[in-house]
Design a protein around this ligand. Structure first.
Ligand code: DQA
Length: 169
C-alpha cells in the first residue's frame, strides 16, 4: 500500500504569504541615479537582499518595477485576485502626485507599507507631502536599503498579526 505523503496543499501546512513589491518610476536607474542621495546599490542588489530577507521571514515575493502610473494602479487593483496578501511600495515620484495610486491602495483590502530610500521630509518641500502614506499601514523613509528590509519585516508582522487589513486615511 502506498504511504500517504503530506503536501504543502495539506490544511495542516499554512500557505506561504505572498507579498508584492512595487518599485516606482526611475528606480530602475538606482546605482547610477544620484548616488549621493539614493546610494550605490542597483535595483537588482536591493531585490537580492529582499529575497534573502523574505526567505528568513518565510514569505514569498513578487517584485515589479514600473515607470507607468496606470500599470501600478492595475497591479494594486488586481493584487488580491492574484493571491497577494500584502504590498510593499516605493511609489517614488508618484508619492507626491498620484491620487490614482492613492485611491487604488485605499480601494483594496490588501495592507500596504510605503518605503523610501531617502528621507523625503529632509528634502525639497514638494517631497514633504505623500499622497499615499495616509492609506498605507505605515511608512519607512530615509534608511536606504534598510527602509525596504524594515518595511518588509513590518508588513510581514502585520500580516501574521492580522493587522491593517483595510487601508483607510
Ligand atoms: C524616493 C523619493 C522620491 O521623492 C523620489 O521621487 C524617488 C525616490 C526614495 O526612495 O527616496 O524617486 O521615493
Amino acid at each position: 500500500m502506498k504511504k500517504k505523503t503530506q503536501s504543502r496543499k495539506s490544511s495542516s501546512f499554512p500557505k506561504r504569504k505572498k507579498i508584492l513589491i512595487i518599485h516606482g518610476p526611475n528606480l530602475d536607474l538606482l546605482g547610477t541615479r544620484e548616488p549621493e542621495i539614493y546610494g550605490k546599490l542597483s535595483i537588482s542588489d536591493i531585490n537580492r537582499q529582499l529575497q534573502e530577507k523574505a526567505k528568513q521571514l518565510g514569505v514569498g515575493l513578487e517584485i515589479i518595477q514600473s515607470n507607468h502610473e496606470g500599470d501600478i494602479v492595475d497591479l494594486i487593483g488586481k493584487a488580491s485576485g492574484r493571491g497577494i496578501q500584502g504590498i510593499l511600495i516605493n511609489p517614488a515620484a508618484y508619492t507626491h502626485t498620484s491620487v490614482a495610486i492613492r485611491d487604488a491602495i485605499s480601494a483594496v483590502s490588501v495592507p500596504a507599507v510605503e518605503v523610501h530610500l531617502s528621507n523625503i521630509y529632509k528634502r525639497e518641500p514638494f517631497r514633504h507631502v505623500s499622497l499615499t502614506a495616509s492609506v498605507c499601514v505605515g511608512q519607512v523613509s530615509g534608511f536606504g536599503l534598510d527602509s525596504y528590509l524594515l518595511g518588509l519585516e513590518a508588513l510581514t508582522k502585520c500580516l501574521n498579526d492580522n493587522f491593517g487589513g483595510r487601508n483607510e486615511s
